[in-house]
Design a binder for this molecule. Sequence first.
Ligand code: ZN
Length: 652
Amino acid sequence: MAPAIAMVWRAVGRPPRGLCGPRAELLTEVRNLKLSRLCIAIASTTLSTLTLLGCQTATTPPADLVMRNGYVYTVDGQDSVQQAVAVAGGKIVYVGDDQGAAAYIGKQTQQIDLAGRMLMPGFVDAHMHPGDGGRALLLCNLNYEKMTRAQFQTKIQACLDASKDKEPNAWLEVGSWDRIGMASLDGDPDKSTLDALKTDRPIQVRSTDFHTVLTNSRGLQLAGISKATVDPVGGKFARDSAGNPTGICEDGAAETMAAKVPPATDAEKLTQIRVALDAMREQGITSFFDALSGAENAKAFTRLQQSGELTARATLALMLDPAEAAADPAKSIAAAKALAQTYDQGALQVQPGVSMRHVKLFMDGIINAPANTGALLMPYMKNVGTQKAPQWVPGDNLGELYYPAPVLKPLLLEAVKAGFDPHLHATGERAVRESLDGIAYVRQQLPGNAFRPAIAHAETVASADYGRFKALDTTASMSHQWAQQAPFSVDGTNDQLGAERFARMEPSGSIAQAGGRVAYGSDWPVDPLDELLALKIGVTRSGDPLNPHSYGPDLAGKLNAAPGLSRAEALRSITRNAAEQLRLDAAVGSIEVGKFADLIVLDKNFMQVPEEELARNQVLLTLVGGKVVFAKEQFSSLAPKALLSKATPALD
Ligand SMILES: [Zn+2]
């Protein structure tokens, strides 16, 4: 028995980095296996199946749920494929063939015939903004559409006309504006575009990437922004040649403007988060990372958990302010720690809960024109010719680096010492390199510390740095959908970055080939929430001309010649690797005995459909902790009737 047990230990995973609850429970279950004298399956199977099998003993109680006759894609260490899964108490108690599952069926056991469909671990979205996502669906919504300035005015005027009772003082908030698409059609707008509308109201329009706010003259006036205003740290107010603000506000300046709008009431916040959770269930997202969170979101998620409406595991990151962090890193981290201690629920439970163990740092802005705020090693190119006869030459803009090394290094050290995992937004190659240097510094200062850093987006990475993700055990948290041809990726970066850099854009495959761990994060609502399209693009590096979230036949080719991910790597990026980034991997991210039953059923088999059909697929069934939270027609008899019908207690 001893060798078999050794193998089971190996199958459970490499030695735990921190022995938290679920991992400890998992190990207990493995120990129980040792006691069982009925591990016939183990004794008689090969290593590959052995890794998956639970052992049914004479005393094994029947499972609550058995799913059989499927293509069970486990994302275990070997990405093995099985037929059946049994679930008891919200956890996976058996993974193996149909025959073995039969023993888990009792009188009360619910049975699901998967009819050959693909069952896989629930999606773990390792970077999104659920509060903003839910909110964007409820705002004056420009819906990511590429439009001219005239069309933009028409849409916003319609929102104003539909809410005339809000004249003359209430802010109109507009979301999901494709600034880059508009710039490519008829130029970047400014305050005059909004000043021309029939209204007295102040207006804020958010770009899809969230890095820009456009406001009108009334908005600037109410916010007290004038020629004399000094740009905030980590942001800028665009100005005309006379120094007057144009209404375009980038990064920190966009946040200054956003802060002028009264915050959502508690009730509004709950509505936004409910809408977000609804979208997640349908997408098959069973765990997510709120990459820019705070007390408000934490309070709302906690409240929805209490009313039984939290249907995905929430991991929330606290954003650090560059100015405060530079002035006093210890104070900055202490404040984050106090908040985390208030909301983090500790060891994971079968029921979805709230974790708060990450800090978020914006290392730079974005590499897309016209913002060009991503920090580069060599300057952005500028056009010294005409629009018709362009001549691109290196300019003098290197982008913005919001945490210079002397600030970053002590701050990261302080954060890791306090138990936080750093999540660094870095889009440009200089921001990525500085992030890696900062992580290297902490690894050096705290040898043996098992912190789990992630660099989010990493859209341009110097080739010399690909291997450093593995060397520094740093997750590349990538947004695969950006590796398709799109106004933002072609019009917005091609000329400005230059051919050599454009050829390396979105290096998920390159980092994976260099041994790095690649996770996936949708960045919703920067883009529409469409996980299967993103996975398709991760593999093919091209959109789907039939998908409304791609850009049609004109932009159907590959982004560039850089390598994509294999299908297995793409699925790992949204399950196991994302779970590892979020420190959830002991409990979720693969279908293995002892893990929580966070599972989804896909209509079509992602591993087997032709490449062009990878995104023409849907989630039919979503289970979290063994509970059905979403079901399409085929499984409608399992649909959760009680969900959302409960009244939510008021926030205090
Ligand atoms: Zn983001």
